[in-house]
Every structure is written in C-alpha cells, then in structure tokens.
Design a protein around this ligand. Structure first.
Ligand SMILES: [Mn+2]
Length: 294
C-alpha cells in the first residue's frame, strides 16, 4: 500500500458551547486557509465532517461539550473502521475525551502539547473553564459519569500520558500534576528527553493520541489565543516532536485545538497549524506502513 493513508478531518468548531466564537472559529478558519488542500497534496483522500450538538438539546458548556464528545467518539471510530486517520480540529481541548473514546479498546497513551496543564478538577478550578479540566477528565479524575457516557471511553493511565510545554499552571493544579504519574516535560526539555519518553511509551501502549493545543508554541511564533504566552516550543521543535511520536508509537489519532484566529493577526499560527496537520497525518502513516510487520 502507498505510504499515505486517508485522513478524516473532524471539525468541532465550538468554544464553551458557542459555535465559531473565539477558539471555536479556529477550525473553519484553518479549513479556509487550505488545510485540506495541503493534506491532499500528498495524494491522500481527505474527508471533512463538521459536528454540532443535537437540535433539541439545551445548550450549556458542560452538557454540550459531552454531547459533542459522544458524537466525536462515533465519528472517530467510524473513520478508523474505514482505515482513515482521524484528525480532530476543535475549539476546545475537552474534545480529547471524544477522540480517545473513538479509539476504543486497547491500551491508549496520550502525548499532550499545551501551555496549560488542563489538570484542574471541579474542586481545584478557580476559573471554572471546562477546558482547564480536559486532561484531568481524560485520566479519570473528574466528570467521570459524563465521560463514561462517551462511547468507547476508558480513562487513560496517568503513567501513559506525556505532557509537553505546560508552563501556565494554577497553584492547586500544579500540586495535583506533581503528585500524579503524568510525565511532564518543560518545553526546554523536549529536545533532549521527549524521544526517549516516547520510545518507552510506545513499549507500554498499543496506540497513542496526539493532542496539540497550539498555545504550546513559544510566544515568538505568534499569538494563538487569549491564554497563550511564555516560553514554549518553536514551530520546528513541535513538528520534530510529532515526527518522533510517529516513529516511536502507533499514532492512532490527532487533534489541533485552541486556535483563535482573532489573535493570529499575521497568519503565522495558521501556517504552523497546517504544517502540524500534515505532520500528524504523516505520523499516522508510519502506523499504516508498519502494520504488516505486526
Ligand atoms: Mn488545552
């Protein structure tokens, strides 16, 4: 088979239940900037779906997030059944619960790029933003009943999570993270330590989900959203890290989240996001190419 597998791009253009507002505007903007065309340049078949909450549903931040996650899990699972690589474009990081659910059975690891820990719980949060609890939800620390309603979802073992680039942590969140088994690499440690961590992760799990909250990027690479800043990864470090994930692990799905085009006044972040999409698809291809040897 050819090295380039098909890709199913799944747009979830919501931020806190608002469609196409703030970071919810990111997915349609990236599509308008040519993300699908870029993936098609390597002769992939690329499909696009856009998710929306059920018409009759009352809209509320938490409820709607999990409505979307339930749909996303089904769409991701269907893409995998067809042999396509699921690539989620989302406003919010809480979509990670749906994407992980769609990967279903098997041991799943997570490589999570983010300026933030997303490791608050309903008890520790002072901001009340559901996305600040996204990784904590993925590992089963909170919203456990709602997460259990997402088809295929099972909490990811904390030891199988590698968090890269988080530098903007609340005090209580920082304590929770330090006491957890999550592998946390600062941006400046990625170049020297990430490859070995991924090699070890690849031996522990069947597959990984690669979550790219674009605000992991260093401030010098552009402004990603209203929460971004501080010392993060350069564009080239981020792309190299995703490539290394593809070599060390079976990358089963990817996501690009938290991009608010209103902050990206010179369009640099959009160009980087499209490079990241291609890097994720390529990392997924390594899995396809490697399959016959398993
Ligand atoms: Mn995040």
């Amino acid at each position: 088979m050819s090295g380039h597998g098909n890709v199913h791009v799944i747009a979830v253009p919501f931020d806190s239940a608002h469609r196409a507002r703030r970071m919810g505007a990111g997915p349609p903007h990236l599509v308008a900037c040519g993300l699908l065309d870029r993936l098609r340049e390597s002769r992939r078949r690329v499909e696009l779906s856009e998710l929306a909450p059920p018409h009759e549903a009352w809209v509320a931040e938490i409820r709607t997030a999990f409505d979307l996650d339930r749909q996303l899990a089904g769409t991701v699972a269907a893409a995998r059944t067809r042999g396509a690589f699921p690539l989620t474009l989302a406003g919010n990081c809480i979509t990670s619960v749906g994407t992980v659910g769609g990967l279903g059975a098997g041991t799943t690891g997570v490589l999570w790029f983010d300026a933030h820990g997303d490791f608050n719980t309903p008890e520790s949060t002072v901001g009340g933003f559901l996305d600040g609890m996204a990784l904590a939800t993925v590992v089963g620390r909170c919203w456990t009943s709602l997460a259990a309603s997402v088809p295929g979802f099972a909490p990811v073992a904390e030891a199988n999570v590698v968090l890269v680039g988080a530098r903007d942590l609340d005090d209580a969140e920082s304590e929770l993270l330090n006491a957890s088994a999550v592998v946390h690499l600062r941006a400046e440690e990625a170049a020297t330590r990430l490859d070995a961590e991924l090699a070890a992760l690849g031996r522990r799990v069947d597959q990984i989900y690669v979550h790219v909250d674009l605000d992991v990027l260093d401030a010098s690479e552009g402004r990603v959203n209203g929460y971004s800043g501080g010392q993060g990864l350069s564009r080239s470090e981020l792309l190299a890290a995703i490539e290394s994930a593809g070599q060390r692990c079976r990358v089963a799905a990817g996501a690009i989240t938290a991009y608010d085009p209103a902050y990206d006044t010179d369009g640099r972040v959009a160009r980087t996001a499209i490079d990241v999409a291609l890097a994720l698809a390529n990392a997924g291809d390594v899995r396809h190419a490697a399959q016959p040897r398993h």
